[in-house]
Design a protein around this ligand. Sequence first.
Ligand SMILES: Cc1ncc(COP(=O)(O)O)c(C=O)c1O
Length: 389
Amino acid sequence: MFSSRLDFADTTNALSKARDRRKVAGQPTIDLSDTNPANAGFSWAVADLGTLLRREGIQRQDPDPHGLAVTRTAISDYYTVRGARVPTDRLFISASTSESYSWLFKLLCNPGDEVLVPEPAYPLLEVIAALEGVTLRPYQVVPLAGEWVIDTASLSVTRQTKAIVCINPSNPTGSFVSRRDRDVLRGFAQKHGLAILCDEVFLDYPAEGIASPGTWAGEAQVATFVLSGLSKVALTPQLKLGWIAVAGPIDFAMEACRRLEHIADAFLSVNTPAQLALPDLLRRAEPLRASVRARVAQGDAAVRLWAINSANRCTVLPRASGWSAIVTLPPGVSEEKLLLNAIDEGVWAHPGYFYGMAPITPSLVLSLLTPPDTLSAGLQALDRALQRS
Ligand SMILES: Cc1ncc(COP(=O)(O)O)c(C=O)c1O
């Protein structure tokens, strides 16, 4: 009776079972994987949000497939400040970045077609691709002299390949797409007739002292879609608003927009109150983003100190941006075994394999949004688990 799109949906493994057992037993677990800003204390005041969402216009629906003009003007201004000109008729408002991906897969791919995706990366696309009947073809991004760069030997296409995803900057590695890799991606996309999908949800979170190479939204040469949204830009994942900026040669952009209009029109999924609130949210979000960057910097320093000072022989990879630290484990320690011990010690973090990190360097990914006391207690528990592993 059921579609094979859902065949991936069996998700229990030894780790999730161990976590469930602890939960059922009523024992608390420190969650070092949690990147929900509100859980870490970063949310808008209820009164402010209420005012922004309760305004003239929320009683109506304006069924424009691009989204409300006032919303798109504010997003266009967001890009102007970041050095890119994005006309409002090249913008589409969606309910989330995840939904934007699903629209772009519908736009570009027939069932069975392929999309190139970087590895490691946040495991968002497996499910979205499966639901769209699209196959993912990974290419490798590897650490080299403190940076993450594309392993060009891992880039390959078939006749079914339609697009290539890049994440600028990536989650969890935090690396921006370097100038060299930007040229690699442009050349590769042009040579093979691919569209570039550039996910920039973490663009506004460079680490201190790191100069961001900037947005791709002003791209003129190559068929490009830039994705972002309020969940990271304004720390409001609950408002459900993302967007797509269509960039590249004019003929491509006009045709892409004409077709995207049909997809967006079929769903009209973004709600009016969030669209009307967006201009003020974008205008006022920077102080909240700055406090997130400060928390992340504090967490980063704490994790590095922990790795240096304790006998655990872990190392922390360089981080150019984002909200996560990648901790590589001492030789011989397996992610799975360590995490089973960690659950026993009352702490949880994501294993590197969850993000497709190379198995030769077992690692953990820690959320640097974690409040300082919780992070400190979690790192102590991880030390105990490491000693047992
Ligand atoms: C790189 C990246 N893109 C997109 C998303 C999802 O964004 P949204 O909440 O807008 O769907 C995430 C979630 O953490 C992410 O890490």
